[in-house]
Write a protein that binds this ligand. Sequence first.
Ligand code: RP5
Length: 156
Amino acid sequence: MKVAIVMGSKSDWGVMSAAVETLKDFGIENEVRIISAHRTPDLAADFARNAAANGIGVIIAGAGGAAHLGGVIAAMTNVPVIGVPIRTQTMGGLDSLLSIVQMPSGIPVATMAIDGAKNAALYAVAILALNDRELAAKLEEFRRKQTQKVLETTID
Ligand code: RP5
C-alpha cells in the first residue's frame, strides 16, 4: 500500500517534503498532491472518495491557517488521515493545529506537532507495519539506531 501526501498549497512543500524523504528512507511508495479543501473542493472530494480504491493505505494531509483539509478528506474516506499543521505567519501555526486537532467526534484526524511532517511519515510507517513484517523490522531498526545515536552523543 502507498501513502499519499497531500497539501493545501505549494507553499507547504518546504515542510511536507520531510515526510516524503522519510517515507523514501523506508522504501514506501508515495504520491504527492496539492489539493485544497477550499480552492479545489471537487478535487478534494474526488481524491478522498477514490483513495482506498487507488491503493492508498494512509493519507498525510498538511495545511495551514483554517486547516480543514485533513478533516474534509477524513469525512469522505475510511483511510486513516494524519494531519500536519503548518506554521503560519499570523499565529505561528496555532490556528492550523487547533483546526486539525479539534475534530468533532466521529471523524478523527491523527494530529502531529506544528510542522511535524517527519513524525507524520513515521506514524504512517507504524500503521502500515501492522500488516508488513519487513516494514516492522525496518521501523525497529530505525528506532534502534536512533537510540544508539543518542547514547553515543558526547558533549566535548
Ligand atoms: C492553506 O493555506 C495551505 O495549506 C497553506 O498552508 C496556506 C497558505 O497558502 P498559500 O496562500 O501560500 O497558497 O490552504
